[in-house]
Design a protein around this ligand. Structure first.
Ligand SMILES: C[S@@+](CC[C@H](N)C(=O)[O-])C[C@H]1O[C@@H](n2cnc3c(N)ncnc32)[C@H](O)[C@@H]1O
Length: 206
């Protein structure tokens, strides 16, 4: 027989194949708390810290790389973050197929892969069709937050966000970010040590 601990912690790292289309957040988390999503959660530093600091919020991480997804899921489990889940999936696909309309209170995207070569720009996550999905999945009053160190990618992101139906607002540092940090992810910490500048944008669904 499984112990209680095994029974409760097992669903943190999710298999996308088993998830309904669309997901019912209430059913997944067992409550009506607001849901914040992080795309590309990497090693899970941000989502783990946030889930620990704000138990009244549900957190959902999407990570494409299997190794990082496992790392994040394991970290959430070790920290007993029952208000968080992580799935291994492509974020564009996942939003389109699984995320209900008007259901997210915040969408966090920190240090998305910049795909610096021109011929790879089409692989960048933040494009006009992606913004359409963001407009659809945010709740009224919900917001998108993006931070990058990559000037050229930011010069692409900013007009795409400004062209969308979202309204650009002041960037809102998450409460648990350390002094001087935009958000407190692994990449931010690494790039800060290298002295790189950062670019941030936030926008709200009215
Ligand atoms: C540069 S890392 C940043 C990780 C973390 N946000 C941080 O700041 O430390 C970008 C992450 O996004 C993930 N990623 C890239 N494209 C993705 C996609 N389409 N869907 C989900 N995750 C993606 C990568 O596997 C990688 O872990």
């Amino acid at each position: 027989m499984q112990s209680n601990k095994e029974l409760v912690v097992e669903p943190i790292g999710l298999d996308v194949e088993t998830l309904p289309k669309p997901i019912d957040w209430r059913e997944m988390f067992g409550n009506d708390h607001p849901v914040e999503m992080e795309i590309g959660c990497g090693k899970g530093t941000f989502i783990t810290e946030q889930a620990k600091a704000r138990p009244e919020v549900n957190f959902f991480g999407i990570e494409w790389a299997r190794w990082f997804w496992r790392y994040t899921s394991d970290r959430l489990r070790r920290n007993n973050c029952m208000n968080a889940r992580a799935v291994r999936a492509d974020a564009g696909f996942f939003l389109r197929e699984h995320v209900p309309n008007d259901s997210l209170s915040v969408l966090h995207i920190y240090f998305p892969d910049p795909w610096p070569k021109k011929r790879h720009h089409k692989r960048r996550l933040i494009q006009e069709p992606f913004l359409k999905e963001v407009e659809r999945v945010l709740k009224p009053g919900g917001r998108l937050q993006v931070v990058t160190d990559h000037k050229d990618y930011f010069e692409h992101i900013e007009p795409v966000v400004r062209k969308s139906k979202l309204k650009v607002i002041d960037y809102n540092r998450p409460g648990s970010a350390a002094e001087g940090e935009f958000v407190g992810t692994n990449f931010e910490r690494k790039y800060r040590r290298e002295g790189r500048p950062f670019y941030a944008i936030a926008a709200v669904k009215e």
